[in-house]
Design a protein around this ligand. Sequence first.
Ligand code: C2E
Ligand code: MG
Ligand code: MG
Length: 401
Amino acid sequence: MGANEDNANHSGRLLVLDDDINVSATICAIADRAGFETQATTKAEEFFQLVMDWQPTHLIVDLVMPEVDGVETLHRLALSGHQGSVIVTSGLGGRVLEAASRAAEENGLRVSGVLPKPFTPAKLRSLLHQEPGDQKPPTATVQYVSPVSADMLATALAQKQLCVHYQPKIECTTEKVVGFESLVRWEHPERGMIFPDQFITLAERHGHIAELTRQVFDMSLAWFAANFLETDLKLAINMSPIVLADAQFPVWIKQACERYGVAPSQITLEITETSSMENPVASLEYLTQFRIKGFNLSIDDFGVGYSSLVQLARLPFSEMKIDKMFVMSASSSIESQKIATAVIGLANALDLNVTAEGVEDDWTLQFLCDLGCTHAQGYHIGRPMAPKLALQWLHDREKRP
Ligand code: C2E
Ligand code: MG
Ligand code: MG
């Protein structure tokens, strides 16, 4: 980290804001042994002065103090543009701590975790050595000045500017690769890579989603057929529920599979529920048609938005994907752990395969495996990759001892 590079003998400079001097002394003693320089204060003004003068690399902020409002302190810290690692602590329940740290993160602070009191030295040490948000993907949102338009998307489709990246999926117990998910990208000639969150809804609203889906299917099936026909790997493709309303689609997809020689049982259609699924009876019919034709059906992003228990109960899904929101935060949030546990239990009870997406560390992978999660996907395993890179990745992984 830049701020402590000038201090080679230390892991960093830690500043603690806590009204309980015994707690601060304990934190400082543990951090000191972990190689940190430390200072502590009970006063907000002194805290901000030290942030400016001493430039700490790490901050621990108590949420509840008699004379200082912890939430306000975090807010003010965010406004100052502070870029050090922040740990939020308090004796209040985990839910309050997590809400406060989420708010801090949304305001731009680099939060490395929450420290519920009482804590163990090991927990504190691990938080001190954790890089805040270090596995976060490079987001594409900030670099573009204006949103993309429907006309631009129509041009992109006409000029075949879309491409597909592939993210591997493994079996939790064996860590064997079981397949890939295809994720569309838009290679804009001037803007560079544009991610699907910026154009899928636009495509749905402006009547481009059917053409987009066709192009994605064509590219994905061609890649899959060229490399994996003789294997038992599977390919997952995302499908907007709007496409389901098109009565021609089940037939079109079946024919596309036949053209490439891919069996429908090798394909999983991942469906993200949205408010757009206006005609539930029709979607029930179309989804059933897909199952009858042999395709696997997955309810994507389960647990957020419209992917509800109602949909799970009435639609013929064969797989559930737990939304990455609960998975990415599992290692630091007891609440997320409980939700993941309940969702995996539910999937097991319904005899559904369950995939956790957004697995970013080994602890989470083991945690999910112990719960009975069947499959996992995430940056810890492999990022979405361009077609050739995905093949190379698989080749390298298979050579691993
Ligand atoms: P999704 O289907 O839920 O895909 C998972 C998203 O999470 C992908 O974002 C993936 O890059 C990201 N991801 C995977 N592992 C991790 C991780 O460990 N950490 C984090 N932070 N993120 C992870 P992406 O590629 O930007 O796609 C976003 C969404 O766009 C997809 O969510 C899917 O709903 C939609 N989408 C993508 N391709 C298509 C498509 O061809 N058709 C349709 N209709 N929707 C698509
Ligand atoms: Mg998906
Ligand atoms: Mg998802």
